[in-house]
Write a protein that binds this ligand. Structure first.
Ligand SMILES: Cc1cc2nc3c(=O)[nH]c(=O)nc-3n(C[C@H](O)[C@H](O)[C@H](O)COP(=O)(O)OP(=O)(O)OC[C@H]3O[C@@H](n4cnc5c(N)ncnc54)[C@H](O)[C@@H]3O)c2cc1C
Length: 381
């Protein structure tokens, strides 16, 4: 088909790439940045299906976290201690990298600490989790260098935050929060600084292998590159259906501003399936995927009455029982999960690599995944 692209446009924007990254989420942008940072002569481009990223990286809650105790106990039901340790280390190291690359100020990194909230009746009782504090403090010291990460929170803290029905809380002094919008904007800035174009509204449709290179058919034209990194996370099954990746939709709401807001920090409830935080005098609250795993195993954007009602119930009955703030934002994002906890970072076929499946913790581990896949590609060049 005749495209009407000029010779200049074709040569400059569609051809002669060393590496093209598919997906401009936190992983894809970090991969592109690391390639150029380490090998500035490479010609690198990023292709993004949406006007903005449409997966998880601009839709998340902005927790700089590495696991609440009930969440990790839950992970230990299906993974070994070694596997859990490996993934907690990736989350920790990813956060260190994120801060190093972008700077704490640029991402509004605030170390207010995190709390796991117990109401009674959870699968892992507060007692079980509290009993496990010394074990996890010892285990995670080996990878974080930090002592006494978890501790039982002061008895009066629940009242200070204005909670109702909360029996006890576990405090994590190393947990923090960031401004997700600022983080993604700063990351885009880094990618621009290293002279790497990001093509938005450009959806990969087909991957065609030729002798020494790859042709990428998109809705905007045909790109030619030596290597490809697929960083499409929950969407990767469109091209690689056999990869062990399941999409998981996460729903979120944000209240109007609450002048008397008392909560400060990042909060987890029910094995991390629910989470909330303060953001500019508002409450951001998300989760509830576990209410109907099958229904939420989708790449479709959308919110459901069932999950939104559960979020509202938690908001109005437990988090802020004395007021009824209006909900000003509701949205969804798509994460990627699998039976194994660790991300998939590997060569898929000649010249094609991937870094996907952050298991819902890509703010934390995404910068590391990006670097790891960039290193894999650089090793082959
Ligand atoms: C509601 C929610 C809350 C979360 N909260 C947290 C949190 O507090 N802390 C934390 O650590 N993690 C959190 N996460 C997880 C974290 O956001 C993700 O793990 C991370 O953003 C994944 O980054 P990614 O780059 O792998 O994928 P994505 O951000 O999903 O990026 C993939 C990109 O690929 C693009 N794409 C897909 N198909 C194509 C195609 N064919 N052609 C071109 N482009 C394509 C998509 O448009 C998308 O922009 C949350 C996620 C959600 C949804």
């Amino acid at each position: 088909m005749h495209s009407n692209y000029s010779y200049w446009e074709d040569k400059t924007f569609f051809k002669h790439y060393d590496v093209i990254v598919i997906g401009s989420g936190i992983v894809g942008l970090n991969a592109a940045y690391q390639l150029k940072f380490k090998e500035p002569v490479l010609k690198v481009g990023v292709i993004e299906a949406g006007f903005l990223p449409t997966g998880a990286s601009t839709k998340n809650a902005g927790f700089a976290c590495f696991g609440s105790i009930s969440e990790i106990l839950n992970e230990l039901k299906t993974s070994t201690e070694e596997e859990v340790l490996e993934v907690v280390e990736a989350r920790w190291k990813g956060l260190v990298k994120l801060k190093m690359i972008l700077g704490e100020k640029a991402i509004d990194y605030q170390n207010f600490g995190g709390y796991e909230v117990f109401k009674g009746g959870e699968e892992f009782s507060s007692l079980t989790c509290i009993e496990n504090i010394p074990y996890f403090n010892k285990l995670f010291k080996s990878i974080t260098g930090q002592t006494d990460i978890y501790a039982v929170a002061n008895k009066n803290k629940a009242a200070v935050f204005g909670f109702s029905h909360v029996n006890s809380m576990i405090y994590n002094r190393c947990e923090a929060q960031i401004d997700t919008g600022k983080m993604m904007s700063a990351l885009l800035g880094r990618v621009q600084e290293v002279n790497t174009p990001v093509f938005n509204n450009c959806k990969l449709l087909e991957i065609i292998h030729q002798e020494n290179h790859v042709i990428l058919k998109t809705n905007q034209g045909v790109f030619k590159t030596n290597k490809v990194i697929i960083a499409t996370n929950g969407f990767i099954n469109e091209f690689y259906p056999d990869l062990q990746v399941f999409p998981g939709r996460g729903q979120v709401l944000v209240t109007q501003q609450i002048p008397t807001l008392k909560i400060k920090g990042t909060f987890h409830y029910d094995k991390g399936f629910f989470y909330f935080r303060n953001i500019n005098n508002r409450i951001l609250l998300g989760g509830g995927r576990n209410i109907d795993f099958k229904l939420e195993e989708t790449t479709q954007a959308g919110i459901t009455d069932q999950v939104q009602s559960a979020l509202e119930e938690l908001l109005y009955e437990t988090i802020i029982p004395d007021e009824k703030p209006i909900i000003e934002y509701r949205w969804s994002g798509v994460m990627a999960f699998g039976n194994e906890l660790k991300p998939i970072i590997k060569k898929l076929e000649p010249n094609v690599f991937c870094a996907v499946r952050c298991n819902g913790m890509g703010v934390s581990m995404g910068s590391l995944s990006g670097q790891q896949v960039a290193d894999l590609v650089l090793n082959e060049m």
